[in-house]
Design a protein around this ligand. Sequence first.
Ligand SMILES: Nc1ncnc2c1ncn2[C@@H]1O[C@H](COP(=O)(O)OP(=O)(O)OP(=O)(O)O)[C@@H](O)[C@H]1O
Length: 216
Amino acid sequence: MIRFEQVTKRYPGGHTALERVDIDIARGEMVVVTGHSGAGKSTLLKLLAVLERPTEGRVLVGGENVSALKRAALPYWRRSIGLIMQDQRLLFDRSAFDNVMLPLSISSHPPREAAKRVSAALERVGLAGREKAMPVELSGGEQQRLTIARAIVNRPQILLADEPTAHLDDAYARDIADLFRSFNEAGVTVLLTTHDGGLFERYAPRRLSLAHGTLQ
Ligand SMILES: Nc1ncnc2c1ncn2[C@@H]1O[C@H](COP(=O)(O)OP(=O)(O)OP(=O)(O)O)[C@@H](O)[C@H]1O
């Protein structure tokens, strides 16, 4: 389903973040990408989300070369995958409900259907009843759940998450790990990065280890 073919990413300035990476991920797999800081983990996800494009090689999803998508197609592409990136902030002046509604604003769901989807996504991540809460009223773990609800509201087949358990206490981090596992059990292809590979060990996911931009 997801395929990296000889992908190299060199950033302006000449730093090579990934070098000739080949990856094949089947539909329904759960893959945990580990590696030290700067190993290229985020770059891998950014190439899939087409937040960056490869310098060489291709990134294919379902046979389509997403690296070649036209700029106008990108918002739709990004909303068709569930994306949890480190620099995507919640809107702190909007309620939990409105934060999760945001990705639906460019789709054509009637308002009542959109509202149902938002409530279902909040329920799915354990935030039922917190629709009106403002993000500051939520704990760090709950804020991360809200970010995840926003990512799944369009019911994506692929979920990409960059360090989703960073900055969380152990118990919260385990809850978030469980949540990703449950999405995977429901059939979603999950690709996430982590410094803490041990957190996911009990699920025995496929593990990809990156060092200096190459797979180990
Ligand atoms: N926009 C950019 N411009 C220049 N260099 C970049 C850019 N983004 C990343 N890099 C460099 O590419 C390398 C890989 O970065 P990347 O963020 O993919 O690593 P990472 O494994 O996710 O690290 P971390 O765990 O710290 O997030 C790093 O050396 C980084 O400094």
